[in-house]
Design a protein around this ligand. Structure first.
Ligand code: ZN
Length: 178
């Protein structure tokens, strides 16, 4: 497995609308190994999601996984999953504000308002069409990653007054001693 190089904001690929992926591509060995490399890269960099434009590919693919990490203690694990050609079908609840960061905008955290629950559709890596209701952090990750596929970063939606560096975030929000 390879650790892929991350693109950062400033790179125009992060502002493109990524292309739909033809379903026949999903069965190829290249595509399956791309998903494995993306999951490996997401874990290595401590992210909960990674979209293809963030590794330099403008296609509608992202991987997601919730794990307990030092910055995200006491979380229920979920995934990893690959989401292909995902679509938000419906926003179900009123918006809630919570902390977000992005591997393509390193060193920054801030609060972003998003619907608490969504109905989402996507293809998984077995080429099955999935429809699910996502809530809480899982819904937030879906929305953050799908935004990436549309050229949108969480920094576009961030309440700039709440922005802080990851160092300040660790001290002030996670109450860590550094
Ligand atoms: Zn991101």
């Amino acid at each position: 497995m390879k650790t892929l190089k991350l693109t950062e904001f400033g790179n125009p690929i992060l502002r493109l609308k990524a292309k739909q992926i033809p379903l026949k591509t999903l069965r190829t060995r290249e595509f399956k190994s791309l998903i494995k490399d993306m999951i490996h890269t997401m874990r290595k960099t401590g992210g909960v999601g990674l979209a293809a434009p963030q590794i330099g590919k403008s296609i509608r693919l992202a991987v997601m996984e919730i794990r307990e990490t030092p910055d995200r203690p006491k979380l229920k694990s979920r995934g990893p999953i690959a989401i292909i050609n995902p679509k938000i079908k419906k926003n179900l609840n009123s918006k809630v504000s919570d902390w977000e960061g992005c591997l393509s905008f390193p060193g920054v955290r801030g609060k972003v308002q998003r619907p608490k629950s969504i109905m989402v559709e996507y293809y998984n890596e077995e080429v099955e069409k999935m429809a699910e209701k996502a809530t809480g952090l899982w819904a937030r990750i879906f929305q953050h990653e799908i935004d990436h596929l549309n050229g949108i970063g969480c920094i576009d939606k961030m309440n700039t007054k709440t922005m802080m560096t990851t160092t300040e975030f660790r001290v002030r929000i996670l109450k860590k001693k550094i």
